[in-house]
Design a protein around this ligand. Structure first.
Ligand SMILES: Nc1nc2c(ncn2[C@@H]2O[C@H](COP(=O)(O)OP(=O)(O)O)[C@@H](O)[C@H]2O)c(=O)[nH]1
Ligand SMILES: [Mg+2]
Ligand SMILES: [Zn+2]
Length: 356
């Protein structure tokens, strides 16, 4: 028997009554819970009460899983057969996710209608923006949508304050799309503004950092860790694109017990979710729409359209309305595709098994 003083208790890894209940079915079968900390193709690393374990999903798991999103990802709790001495495990089951940050799988031909889970069982999402050339409100709206869908609490970090002279106008622009979301200004390089960020980092709280490549996510984590763990890349000055240095997601434990997930930059954030979330993000537009003369107003040429009037008065920005329409359209297409896929699947089942 070897003793590993680095072994963490389940609660320290974010375990709660929610998972305890989900784990009941596995308990009597000799499985132990483990939390996925890294993934290299199909090889996973996880932390458990037996220490760090490494292994793959079983053949049976693979065989029974049809959806990409039902495979484990960083942040997930899994039921494993594990051995702390050899450090090996086999993954037999995935516990239901308490929260999940998802996007639509990016596919060139748009043939795939599937969710990709970015990180799971997170409490807080740091949406990191670069105050240099990266600042983009449209992209932020997409991150906010994904964050609201996830069930975790979004917080905005505007990094690289040392490279921006006009921070206020950018805060104003964010306030227009969300009046309440916490916004923090930092310079990870200059180690400024990070004490406020520290307050979010509580023991057993899981935080995922998202944002474009090069905005400073890894630099922020390194600064919070107090040492260089995550590789950072320098930004080419003319286009503000960081080199892709973080290729894999990783869950790390900070000295104070907070759990932090670094992510590679997401180039394209396809919406995955439903219109209700969009409605709560664009409440002003929904309220206006309810004031149009016609119930089925499409806000184009109809008379007494509250949306058109608000745009003319300058109370609603044309651009904001445009974003709303665009996202609404994307979600409509998504819903129809999901529907179609479900129908095909049931048809396939019918073909294989007949009508029961
Ligand atoms: N000027 C400035 N540069 C920063 C700041 N934070 C990070 N950087 C630089 O931006 C580049 C990309 O940072 P990195 O942490 O790799 O970004 P990531 O892709 O989001 O993880 C690196 O060269 C960092 O040194 C900051 O606050 N100010
Ligand atoms: Mg990085
Ligand atoms: Zn209208």
């Amino acid at each position: 028997m070897t003793f590993n003083f680095d072994i963490m208790k389940l609660e320290e890894l974010g375990w709660s009554a929610y998972f305890e209940e989900a784990f009941q079915n596995y308990l009597d079968l000799g499985f132990i819970p483990a939390r996925i900390t890294a993934q290299h193709v199909n090889l996973y690393t996880a932390m458990s009460e037996q220490g760090e374990l490494e292994g793959k999903v079983t053949g049976k798991f693979r065989f029974n899983t049809t959806e990409r999103s039902d495979f484990p990802i960083v942040g997930d709790w899994v039921a494993v057969k594990g051995n702390g001495i050899t450090g090996k495990m086999s993954i037999h089951g995935l516990l239901p996710r308490r929260t999940a940050l998802e996007r639509k799988v990016a596919s060139n031909l748009d043939l795939i209608t599937e969710a990709q889970v970015i990180s799971s069982n997170i409490d807080i999402i740091f949406i990191v923006l670069g105050l240099d050339l990266d600042f983009n409100i449209r992209r932020l709206e997409r991150y906010m949508f994904a964050a609201h869908e996830s069930g975790a609490r979004p917080v905005i970090i505007m990094n690289k304050s040392d490279l921006c002279a006009d921070v206020e106008s950018k805060i104003d622009a964010i306030r227009k799309i969300d009046a309440d979301i916490p916004i923090h200004i930092t310079s990870a390089l200059g180690k400024e503004g990070l004490d406020v960020i520290q307050e979010y980092l509580q023991p057993a709280i899981t935080i995922s950092l998202v944002g474009s490549s090069g905005v400073g996510k890894s630099t922020i984590i390194n600064t919070l860790l107090g040492h260089e763990k995550q590789k950072t890349g320098s930004v080419r000055e003319h286009d503000s694109h960081g080199r892709h240095v973080t290729t894999n997601r990783e869950l790390m434990v900070l000295d104070n017990g907070a759990l932090v997930i670094d992510n590679p930059g997401i180039r394209e954030l396809g919406l995955w979710g439903n219109e209700t979330t969009l409605g709560s993000m664009f409440e002003d537009i929904e309220i206006l729409a309810s004031q149009c003369k016609f119930n089925d107003c499409r806000h184009r040429t109809e008379p007494k359209c509250a949306i058109k009037e608000a745009i003319e008065r300058g109370d609603l920005e044309q651009e904001r309305y445009g974003d709303y329409k665009k996202m609404q359209r994307e979600l409509f297409i998504l819903a129809r595709k999901k529907d179609q896929r479900a129908r095909i699947t049931s048809k396939e089942i019918k073909k294989a098994y007949g009508d029961l």
